[in-house]
Write a protein that binds this ligand. Structure first.
Ligand code: ADP
Length: 401
């Protein structure tokens, strides 16, 4: 059974067609970009590793979706013969506010609630809604689902998710911590427990999703009890271009000194800071590691700061849960950067953690235990796959499997 997974942004549509079954496979994937500009483009790749690119006008999301479907149907580089072969569509949705604690079938009620969250995710939710409407226009009988970045974290207790602001701001504007990357944190925790033969409901787990965006979650008895991203994805760890935790007073000071408007300040903390802004070298860990290796002191300091901040969160989450059984590293950096893993986990003797440095060295993108057999805390590197989670949830919701 084929499920189409969509991540619709304001000017782009990322897609994957997955064949679901015992061993799910990606049949095709790609991206439509520059929607709404003069010339848009599509880049498509199928499971025979054939690539196809085209440039054409893509005035809106409906035209973009039609372009995706044409690519999937194409005689040469397509993978299906008829649109009937697409049995369901799953959408990644950035924000479900306090409405959604799990993935849902899209109906009028769900759409109205996603609309009500547009204020909380003004760049993302309106674009997701355009994608949902576009599918409704083009594939009116195909069931659609929404899988939220936020829903897994709805289990956080109020003591984790409230900010020390006047309570009326929560009541009026729903200002609170929501957390993101929920699909990934849940997926890797469940996958690791599956590999270890553990019952997730009896365990304390810390999941470190370290990609371009990065967040860390404390999962107790299968439920998120705290996470580092907050009202927006800017809070928490140092990221590729986002600040992560920062003294609010410093931001106000910068705004005054640099004469930044609110929207300029927003763009500053999201796009101009983090590892890229601080190092003035790159947001890519590989570049920073290569420069540090050559003796570049700023690159080295960036790597130290990055690891220091992950370490601090691990320590605080171990404290919050009164211990930790398993620490998981995932995301592009967590799965591939042995250097970051060692900097973060190499000296956590206070937790009784014995890190296997040799095994860690050279391990890339594989699911593996990275702690010694007698370590009190197990460490694993687990590859995440958010599209697969969306497709699996979609199959479960639509077909009950
Ligand atoms: P996104 O948040 O965009 O999904 P990813 O999870 O794909 O990002 O992670 C992207 C990051 O992973 C890159 O910026 C890069 O820093 C890092 N990365 C990927 N491969 C390696 C590697 N071999 N060594 C170190 N870092 C890597």
């Amino acid at each position: 059974m084929n499920v189409l997974v969509l991540n619709c942004g304001s000017s782009s549509i990322k897609y994957q067609l997955l064949e679901m079954g015992e061993n799910p496979e990606v049949r095709a994937k790609g991206i439509v970009e520059r929607i709404g500009l003069k010339i848009g483009c599509l880049a498509h790749k199928n499971d025979r590793n054939e690539k196809f690119e085209t440039e054409t006008e893509v005035p809106n999301h409906t035209v973009g979706i039609k372009l995706v479907l044409e690519a999937l149907l194409d005689k040469e580089h397509g993978v299906i013969e008829s649109l009937d072969e697409i049995k369901a569509v799953g959408h990644r949705v950035a924000h479900g506010g306090e409405f959604f604690t799990q993935s849902v079938l899209l109906n009028d009620d769900a759409i109205a609630k996603i609309e009500a969250c547009c204020d909380l995710a003004p760049l993302h939710n309106p674009a997701h809604l355009l994608g949902m409407q576009a599918i409704k226009d083009v594939l009116p009988t195909v069931p659609q689902t929404a899988v939220f970045d936020t829903s897994f974290h709805q289990s956080m207790p109020a003591s984790s998710y409230m900010y020390p602001l006047p309570y009326s701001l929560y009541e009026q504007h729903k200002i609170r911590r929501y957390g993101f990357h929920g699909t990934s944190h849940k997926f890797v925790a469940e996958k690791a427990c599956g590999i270890l033969g553990w019952n997730i409901e009896e365990k304390k787990i810390i999941t470190c999703h370290l990609g371009n965006g990065a967040s860390i979650t404390a999962i107790k008895n299968g439920k998120s009890v705290d996470t580092s991203m907050g009202f927006t994805p800017v809070e928490g760890l140092m990221m590729g271009t986002r600040t992560g935790d920062l003294d609010l007073g410093a931001l106000l000071f910068i705004m005054e000194k640099e004469n930044l408007s609110v929207s300029e300040a927003n763009s500053f903390i999201n796009k101009k800071c983090g590892t890229n802004g601080f190092s003035e070298i790159s947001s890519d860990m590989r570049d920073l590691e290569a420069e540090a290796e050559k003796g570049n002191e700023r690159a080295e300091l960036t790597l130290q700061m990055y690891a220091h901040r992950v370490k601090k969160y691990i320590g605080s989450y171990a404290a919050v849960m009164d211990g930790v059984d398993l620490i998981i590293m995932t995301g592009g950096i967590g799965e591939n950067s042995y250097d970051t893993r060692e900097r973060v986990l190499g000296d956590m003797s206070y937790l009784g953690l014995k890190f296997n440095k040799e095994l860690n060295h050279g391990l890339k993108g594989k699911d593996e235990v990275l702690s010694m057999p007698d370590s009190k805390v197990t460490v694993m590197s687990i590859s995440t796959n958010e599209e697969l989670v969306i497709a699996m949830d979609t199959v479960k919701i639509v077909f009950g499997k």
